[in-house]
Write a protein that binds this ligand. Structure first.
Ligand code: PEP
Ligand code: MN
Length: 362
């Protein structure tokens, strides 16, 4: 059963839905049947072994739930997937006939665990989905794909479920969209699926995340769906009913990444205009750095340090007050100003200490 082919052939995003956890045979059968009858899902999910943050939470029903899931999938004609975190899980899931496996965020983070899973997969052809590690480390995510590929599994896909964050102002896990986009740049061959449920942590935030994923041309969505979310044994706040899933998917705008000739030309015109602005931005930055060098010469001649905290605080706060006027976030202004400042210090250091080897160029 080829996963990448299914993702490619799905009309629109490839949808994986189903409960966070398998709870009872009836719950699994009923929710899978309900989801499947609506015709918008391509694969069913349910967690059998649950990695919970704190002990004494519900940690999954264990191997007994595998046949509930496999039987439910067979009954409604959809492939099924579950999370595996060690060799025992892999063996039990393979034996039960699970169609695809996924590696969870708390496992991807640990190369020993990923290698154990890879070793258990040798000689099989089961497709594997790999969630991002809980920490924002692209290399670790890529490393997990490589371990699984070295075990002979090439039918793989990525799931972006966000990154652990202490007190994120909005989400359960920070989306940090730049990381999955960097993964796509490095590994364009790997389909990318968004899991808005674990990013959001709350059902009302699912829609905006799904829409963003669609606008970024993701290949699919994994959305936790439960017959009675408020009574779910895990992740109650973020699950939706099958009807809620339907409404959510219908509310999204699906845009195409291909375009006809005339819209391609219009887009090219806008891109050309942006390129002209980029030229100007960098010419201005280059002029700014020439001024920084003059400042560096002045400080050198007057024996002053390069960095002067009070002045820099004023420069930043002045820019921040213009955040609304520019319609740019304070975070963006801070990041760009910090980058400009680093480069300015490099230019000043060069004129102040012409004989020192240059640093900060990497
Ligand atoms: C899950 O999908 O239910 C799960 C535990 O996910 P994650 O690994 O993203 O926390
Ligand atoms: Mn969950």
């Amino acid at each position: 059963m080829n996963l990448q082919e299914r993702i490619q052939k799905s009309n629109g995003p490839f949808i994986i839905s189903g409960p966070c956890s398998a709870e009872t045979p009836d719950q699994v059968a009923a929710v899978c049947q309900d989801i499947a009858s609506r015709g918008n899902t391509h694969a069913l999910r349910a967690g059998i072994w649950k990695p919970r943050t704190r002990p004494d939470s519900f940690e999954g029903v264990g191997s007994i739930g595998l046949s509930w899931l496999v039987d439910a999938g067979k009954a409604c004609g959809l492939p099924v997937t579950t999370e595996v975190a060690n060799a025992y899980h892999v063996e039990a899931a393979l034996k039960a006939g699970v169609d695809f496996l996924w590696i969870g965020a708390r496992t991807t983070v640990n190369p020993f665990a990923v290698q154990e899973i890879a070793d258990a997969l040798k000689g099989t052809k089961i497709p594997v989905l790999i969630k991002n590690p809980v920490n924002p480390d692209l290399e670790l995510w890529i490393g997990a794909f490589e371990r699984i590929e070295k075990a002979g599994i090439t039918d793989i896909a990525a799931i972006h479920r966000g990154f652990s964050f202490y007190k994120h102002p909005k989400y359960r896990n920070a989306p940090s969209w730049e990381i999955p986009l960097a993964l796509r740049e490095r590994r364009p061959d790997i389909p990318l699926i968004c899991d808005p449920s674990h990013i959001a942590g709350k059902r009302d935030l699912l829609q905006e995340i799904c829409q963003k994923a669609m606008d970024l041309n993701y290949d699919g969505l994994m959305i936790e769906t439960h017959p009675d979310p408020l009574k779910a044994w895990s992740d109650a706040a973020q699950q939706v009913t099958p009807n809620g899933l339907d409404n959510l998917l219908n509310s999204l705008v699906y845009r195409s990444s291909n375009s006809d000739k005339s819209s391609a030309q219009q887009l090219q015109k806008l891109r050309d205009d942006i390129e002209l602005l980029d030229d100007r931005i960098y010419e201005l930055l280059a002029s700014r750095m020439k001024l920084s060098e003059k400042v560096g010469e002045f400080k050198r001649d007057h024996n002053m340090t390069i960095f002067q905290q009070e002045h820099w605080a004023k420069v930043i706060s002045k820019r921040m007050t213009k955040s609304e006027e520019y319609d740019l976030t304070e975070r963006f202004i801070r990041q760009t100003m910090d980058a400009i400042h680093q480069e300015s210090i490099r230019h000043q250091t060069k004129v102040m200490n012409p004989n020192l080897p240059e640093s900060g160029k990497d």
